[in-house]
Design a protein around this ligand. Structure first.
Ligand SMILES: [Zn+2]
Length: 59
């Protein structure tokens, strides 16, 4: 995956996430959510993006 973008609340603009890494966050009901966490390349504000799809459904 390349070119991950997120929204910087400080710049109020979409920017590519610097030093992006995937983290798991525990949500309600014990489900884990995947998030992408990184920094704004311009102002170094922490930015994150929630990755879609909590769990893959098996058929
Ligand atoms: Zn910024």
């Amino acid at each position: 995956m390349a070119g991950e973008t997120g929204y910087c609340v400080k710049c109020k603009a979409k920017r590519p996430i610097s030093e992006a890494k995937e983290v798991s966050m525990k949500g309600k009901g014990g489900v884990s959510r995947r998030e992408l966490k990184g920094k704004c390349p311009k102002c170094t504000t922490t930015m994150f993006r929630i990755l879609g799809g909590v769990a893959k459904k098996k058929k």
